[in-house]
Design a protein around this ligand. Sequence first.
Ligand SMILES: Cc1ncc(COP(=O)(O)O)c(C=O)c1O
Length: 389
Amino acid sequence: MSKPDPHRPGREFVSRTPPAVPPIYLSTTFELDDTSYADIQGAGGLHETWYSRFNNPTVHAAAAEVARLHQAEGSLMTSSGMAAISTTLLALLRSGDTLLASRQVYGDTDDLFVRDLPALGINVVRVDAFDTTAWERAVSEHQPSVLYGETLSNPQLRLLDIPAVAALARGVGARLVIDNTFATPFCTRPLQLGADVVVESVTKFLAGHSDVIAGAVTFDDRELGEEIQRRLITFGGCLDAHAAFLAWRGMRTFTVRLAESCRSASAIAEAMVGEPGVVHVRHPARPDHPDAGALMDAVMPGPRGAMLSLVLEGGDERSLHVLRRLKVALEATSLGGVETLASVPFNSSHFNMTLQQRRDAGIPDGLIRLSIGLEGAGVIAADLRQAMA
Ligand SMILES: Cc1ncc(COP(=O)(O)O)c(C=O)c1O
């Protein structure tokens, strides 16, 4: 306990010994001393705890956990996955630069590429994520300064050849940014495959309980991390301490949750093959997955993720009907919670596309997307069977 302060009673009650879990530091500001002034004047205040938009101990606890899961040098926490994506890209791109990005990306990321970045004078070029030759052609034709893709596409669950795209980026001195939300660091650590920055929606599997919106930016290059941190400070997408605590607490069980969800997803995929009314089952552990083989082994060497897609006979209307009859899985968008979530792209994640556009993007009618939780493979398989019956 420090000396009591007669004007601000309560501040002295800090534990003499370290607590088992990080305290939630709601304080927006911290007493300044010579060390903080030196950091503010010398490094723009990036390192010391003096104002919570710059640094906050609870937020640092969550960031340290993300970095540990990626075996990375550092992470920054953001107020959402989209804050992680937009802050990173706006830190790395200037007017006149070219961003070379996958065509298959999350809807709001797509809006950023189609609407917002071009309005800032950034040239955005798109390629088919799964055509490495197209990446190669586009890199040499457009000399991009940043390349962007998602480890696993939504909802096709196709894999990006991260090592190949990273080599192309290195060849022209560009940075590779990977959204690893669907794969998670349990299945893929993109920095170890050559990516420069990983962006993730912590909202999903990392926090894992469908109770907090948060994002993270992870890197091995500290200077690059500080470039992004400066923009996080000026754009203001910092994470709140309460949310940081929830993210931290969720991540404490990340590895056991993911082990179970990935195991269940593989088992459910197996159980659904040949089930009456099921036209196709897509899961990265399936031998008939289009990326099975060397690419899969390089990008997802162990567990193959907790996302699963089923294509049902009867198209989107029947899939919606089946969704409505589920008793265990919850009909809801998002993913990565302890509860199994089920949705159909046509009226949620991909509502703004026509049927033809969805077909062209490899999203057949009748597709149900499942994010497998912790109820157990047998329970979810039985739920799917009763809903389809
Ligand atoms: C792949 C992917 N990236 C980014 C995001 C955005 O995350 P958030 O909702 O935390 O901003 C999502 C959200 O669904 C997502 O699925």
